[in-house]
Design a protein around this ligand. Sequence first.
Ligand code: GLA
Length: 393
Amino acid sequence: MEQLIQQVEEEFQHRFGDGYKLIRSPGRVNLIGEHTDYNDGFVLPAAVDKSIVLAMNANNSDSCHFYAMDKEESFEAEISKNIQKSDQRWPNYLLGIVDQLQKHGYEVGGFDCVFGGNVPIGAGMSSSAALEGGVLFGLAELNDWDIPPVKMAHIAQKAENEFVGVQCGIMDQFASLNGKEGYALKLDCRSLDYEYFPFNRNDIQIVLCDTQVRRELASSEYNVRREQCEQGVEILQQWNSKIESLRDVELSMLFQHENDMDPTIFKRCKYVVEENKRVIQACSDLHQGAMDSFGQRMYQSHAGLRHEYEVSCEELDVLVNIARNLKGIFGARMMGGGFGGCTINLVQEDYVDSFTNQIKEKYQQQMDKEIKVYRTNVSSGTHLISGQEVASS
Ligand code: GLA
């Protein structure tokens, strides 16, 4: 991290001079609660120690200048009343934030921004939310705006919905902005009430296995899943007008109306209703330290995502199947939107090395391809980097 911070600082100084603010904005993992956020349900994510670092300063002009270190690309735009989307994807994460701030009545002046990071892109670890939250946090700092945490998450989510065109829920932005070192965050995506659950066990490590599969299909299929859930709700509303989302649906009710809906819609709804329950139960497992039980729920979550929600892929399924037979594993599942990216594995600390070696080897044998493995620690949400952090990281 220290090296990354230094590189971002040097790049900023070289391009724009001194006097910047430094922000660290993390990626996230999700322990359980997948595709529940846009159904008003529950999720259990945590911010992690893979992050994006941004250096930002106001430039007293009417333009913003961005430099993406990983891509070695720069971008410039006028901050006029109507910000236009870019044909390139990455500037839209930043422009979307400026656009949303303006829509919320904030007067955004010109600014310079350099950023770089180590959150793997497209791996389901929310590199985009980290970038959105980082720019938003930086602009709030530069302008002394006191934006409450829930509003910050809303603004960042809207930026992604409107400028990037993915109809994502609020989980990623919320977790990245509001995570806390040593804690997972249980978020009620309807009320946006949240609760921190200690997850600082030094006997368990979160290990991510990255298939390195990235599919364009992911965002279009994501939007299709959202629509299918909405269709399910519309059908059920005919019998109970109080139902606003799948959060309000009991499994018994769903089964009662199984024949009133297309089998695909039924499967999608069933998965979501069950996954919501699993999050609540998993939180109580966590509370009681019942990690075996927690792990079993992760496998159930994966099975639902694979067979009912149909957002998994062969690579993810193979990884979960290999993992479940290795020593020291509590549970494994695909993580994030799906169709590629990572699996999340909870592994006993003493077995992390053997787990890593074996899963790499067995996957290579079976699929004739390589995976990347990341060990992650639960870390704090988006924040200003202090001099102390630079020295101690
Ligand atoms: C993506 C979205 C989130 C959430 C997950 C699936 O990460 O950005 O809002 O819906 O997929 O749980």
